[in-house]
Write a protein that binds this ligand. Structure first.
Ligand code: TA6
Length: 302
């Protein structure tokens, strides 16, 4: 059955290849598994909470309306927890929209968010609808978001797909096409231009790459072979994160502790600035994760 719904999950199975499938946890509308011909492409912690008690450690958590924690106590999202409330709220399955490729939609509105949490955002005066579209293609997964301001109050927000890619060994992979991108390094608190043609990982890594043209694709490459390609539509920024040893040890829901070797977050989003949405307006952003592909070297000079 291409689409199966349980109380807590939605499972999509490719109509022509049952070894290609994906699982969405309704909590946070978090894609927790994407199998391409039986091979798991996303990383999920063995200790990830899947009971709705906290955001999922792994898969594709959804970051809205704030990335990180606001440092401006006057900002409407200042009181919200890190990464906002979308990833920690119960979304509902709206239905299947297409058969080929197979697509379902899940929705979130204020009425589904914990009232205590919701009122931390602008005193609860914003009205919105989030519609997540998830597409299982032959060799790709697409997650697209539509944010609609359904109220009378203009608001601003960040959006980010906090994608945890599964990889054989992070010390064996490089990621291309961040060359010359503007970057804010969260670990040293500095801005600089990325000079590496292929970024590699030998320690904790936490960088926000900013305002990169959507034509630029990012590729996780192992021994000259592309494992996964990340494409973006209307998501100008991308965070790259690996917690490494110490940070992994400090996260109770991060297991196994050496799991940092098997994951890499490449997170398309709009986080370097806020999206300003007037009453009645809509905004869309999309990522496509593609299995494999030919190495395509691009620069950020457009
Ligand atoms: O996306 C990178 C990041 O902002 C890191 O700084 C780290 O905090 C990570 O997100 C995980 O955040 P979480 O709230 O899920 O523990």
């Amino acid at each position: 059955m291409p689409v199966e719904e349980t109380e807590t999950k939605v499972i999509l199975t490719h109509p022509a290849d049952e070894s290609t499938s994906l699982t969405i946890l309704k909590h946070g509308a978090t894609v927790i598994s994407w199998k391409y011909k039986g091979q798991e492409k996303l990383w999920l912690s063995d200790a990830a909470k899947l009971d709705g008690s906290k955001p999922v450690r792994g898969g594709i958590p959804l970051v809205f309306p704030i990335f990180g924690k606001s440092k401006d106590e006057k900002h409407p999202a200042f009181k919200l927890p890190q990464h906002g409330f979308a990833r920690n709220s119960p979304w509902e399955l709206l239905g299947q929209t297409t058969e080929n490729p197979l697509t379902v939609q899940l929705g979130l509105g204020p009425e589904q968010v914990d009232p205590e949490l919701y009122k931390l955002w602008d005193d609860g005066k914003n009205d919105f609808t989030l519609i997540l579209s998830v597409t299982l293609g032959d060799d790709y997964l697409t997650t697209g978001i539509e944010v609609e301001n359904t109220g009378s109050n203009d608001f601003e927000f960040n959006w980010l797909f906090h994608t945890y890619l599964r990889i054989p060994d992070v010390t064996d992979v490089v990621v291309n096409n961040f060359t010359d991108a503007k970057c804010y390094d969260q670990l040293i608190g500095e801005n600089y231009f990325e000079k590496s043609p292929m970024i590699s990982f030998t320690e904790e890594f936490d960088r926000i790459y900013k305002e990169i043209d959507s034509k630029v694709i990012f590729q996780v490459v192992e021994f000259g072979k592309v494992l996964t390609t990340v494409e973006r539509d209307n998501l100008p920024d991308a965070v790259v994160w690996n917690p490494w040893i110490k940070k992994s040890e400090g996260m109770a829901d991060f297991e196994p502790k050496d799991g940092y070797l098997k994951m890499l977050c490449i997170e398309p989003g709009h986080v370097n600035s806020f999206v300003h949405l007037k009453a009645g307006e809509k905004w869309n952003g999309k990522q496509t994760l593609r299995n494999g592909g030919e190495i395509k070297v691009q620069t950020n000079i457009y």
